[in-house]
Design a protein around this ligand. Sequence first.
Ligand code: ZN
Ligand code: ZN
Length: 297
Amino acid sequence: MSSGSNPMQVRADRPEIRLRRSANDRRLRFGFARTARAPYSCASTLRVTILGSGTAVPVAGRFPSGVLVQGGGQTVLVDLGPGVLRRLAETGVGLEAVDAVLLTHFHTDHCADLAALLFGLRNPRYAGRPPLRLIGAAGLRELLGHLTAAWPWLQPRDYTLSIEEIAPGPLRLGTLRVAAIPIRHTAQSLGYRITAAGGAVAAFSGDADECDELVELARDADLFVCDCAFPNEHRTEGHLTPALAGAAAARAEVKTLCLTHFYPECDGYDLTAQARACFGGEIVEAADLLTFDLRRE
Ligand SMILES: [Zn+2]
Ligand SMILES: [Zn+2]
């Protein structure tokens, strides 16, 4: 990651930037904000906040995987890596507001905070909160069974927990339309494509290797948050490089590509330039608490 393209630095000087882009009669508005503003209740738009842009290897300043999606009357977490709940607190969104968690897969850097979430929700302050939906591929129920066997105090108390093992296909979260699409990484891996009532689309690859399903996932998306675990020089099985992420974004004709999930091997490389060789749209390198507001007009 080159220092010149680090959004953290951009944000430090200019706490909020709003740009307008026009393409195919669709306009995308997005901004960078140090802290997401809560509550967020616009039904027709999507707010996407990166909670964790890091990985299983701890580094300062980047928590493991997690994204906050707000829209359609819903507050949704896509993945829940260790520590991500702390980042959520930094956005001003409390646990009482979370309606659903979508898990892309069961690697620990994407779901370890499930235990912290379930234990936290037993605090009396959350008694009577709305039902919580935990959504993921087959295996989710077994994972929760093991966690609860180890820690009986994860059982829900004074709220309803719904565990939903899903196959690839559509589902609804409030007025949000979600498509779960199988992605090459683990046998259970799913990417999620989320469409707001107003038409804005955000797509999340989770961890991913090269596959045609990435293009299906991100087709015409306003924002594609995509695995970019290693630079082109360190191509690693099961993950994407900037060039591969850029190629998928180009095929899908997305508006903005947000590269994320940076292993330390990325340090010192200009990931944006590597992706730029394959993709002509907007490219942003993720940073924790980076926020995008997506709206189609
Ligand atoms: Zn993984
Ligand atoms: Zn990962």
